[in-house]
Design a protein around this ligand. Structure first.
Ligand SMILES: Nc1ncnc2c1ncn2[C@@H]1O[C@H](COP(=O)(O)OP(=O)(O)OP(=O)(O)O)[C@@H](O)[C@H]1O
Ligand SMILES: [Mg+2]
Length: 335
């Protein structure tokens, strides 16, 4: 098969943009790793890039399917740009559709949908500007404050946990001034952090779970922040499967699948949770375009610990997408 790869490469922030503005974009090593898996499986690959480059290349290139990694640039619908164009042109692609990709980028919308499916998620408020902040938010401190539609911990720092109204006001000012978008303020869940990988469609299942544990400091205050993600080798330990009771693991797995289905994710997603003081998993957010760098991506790190080769993960995503589009080729899902 001839497989196009859509992607946006990391670049250096310019002018007065926040230093993490391109944090979620891919490195060339990720594209090379995926290309190499697809080529080794006998496919031909074509680099389509992202943004305007993608528009030009997709109009001038014949492909059977697109492996979509494009994070896009812009507001909360940016991840929907490439899939929308592909739908317009009738070209199949891997992963979720524009609605799911836009929905899951907006953390407030995501939590409303996932919460309505019966999955626990921390109580929250969306604050669009400084005027919408008042002392009576109806939330219990400590709180965490995050940009409403970012990923890769953009806008989430070591000090994003706030203990009182003064701290919240200060952090809200910083966030709105730096990122120019609404903030999600939610109750801080002090327990263990676990991320779950889900794969498939009608056969959707959890392929693994991984605990993200701080090497330094107390678990209860831990934030998997921008600083920690950039310095993960020093600051965190990844444990898979998570050392939790089988009851908690079952609850996590059930919640991850419920969230995946409620958000109508396709082919692949990674879902983040914290365990509450009540021992129950609380859903934080969903990543239907999870980082796939073979060395640094949470999902690739997790499946390696589970004994699943990287190539198998990538090919399973492809084969699930082929099967969904009723395309032939060795479309047997592996994991
Ligand atoms: N309600 C919460 N309680 C405790 N910690 C939280 C909460 N929300 C977020 N965090 C911490 O902040 C981190 C980043 O938050 P979140 O996963 O929402 O951001 P993200 O930028 O979308 O992440 P990703 O890199 O997975 O895309 C979490 O991994 C967790 O450590
Ligand atoms: Mg996350």
């Amino acid at each position: 098969m001839r497989i196009g790869i859509a992607f946006d490469l990391k670049r250096k922030p310019f002018s007065n943009l926040p230093e993490d503005i391109f944090e979620e974009l891919d490195s060339i090593e990720t594209i090379e790793a995926i290309e190499s898996v697809l080529k080794n499986a006998g496919h031909e690959t074509v680099r389509l890039g992202g943004g305007k480059d993608f528009l030009l290349s997709i109009l001038n290139t014949q492909v059977d399917i697109v492996f979509n990694l494009a994070e896009g640039l812009g507001g909360r619908s940016r991840e929907a740009h490439v899939p929308s164009v592909l739908e317009l042109l009738g070209i199949p692609y891997t992963g979720s559709d524009p609605l799911t990709l836009s929905l899951t980028l907006d953390k407030g919308m995501t939590k409303r949908v996932v919460g309505s499916a019966g999955v626990l998620t921390p109580k929250f408020k969306v604050l669009s500007d400084l005027n919408s902040l008042n002392r009576d938010l109806g939330l219990n401190y400590p709180l965490i404050i995050k940009p409403l539609w970012e990923g890769s911990s953009m806008g989430i720092r070591r000090d994003s946990r706030v203990e009182n109204f003064t701290g919240l006001k200060k952090k809200l000012e910083w966030l709105i001034n730096s990122y120019g978008e609404p903030a999600l303020v939610e109750e801080f869940i002090e327990g263990e952090e676990v991320t779950a990988g889900v794969i498939g469609n009608e056969n959707a299942h959890v392929i693994g779970m991984m605990m993200i544990k701080p090497r330094i400091g107390d678990q209860r205050d831990f934030i998997y922040s921008l600083e920690v993600k950039r310095n993960w080798r020093e600051e965190v330990e990844y444990i898979s499967p998570p050392p939790l009771s089988s009851h908690t693991l079952d609850e996590l797995s059930r919640s991850a699948l419920l969230a995946y289905k409620a958000l109508t994710c396709r082919d692949i997603a990674r879902l983040d949770f914290r365990i509450g003081v009540d021992g129950k998993p609380y859903f934080l957010e969903a990543n239907p375009l999870p980082g796939l760098n073979p060395e640094t991506g949470d999902l690739p790190i997790m499946i390696e610990k589970e004994g699943i080769p990287y190539a198998e993960l990538i090919l399973t995503v492809l084969y699930n997408a082929l099967r969904r589009n009723r395309l032939a080729a060795k479309s047997r899902a592996r994991v």
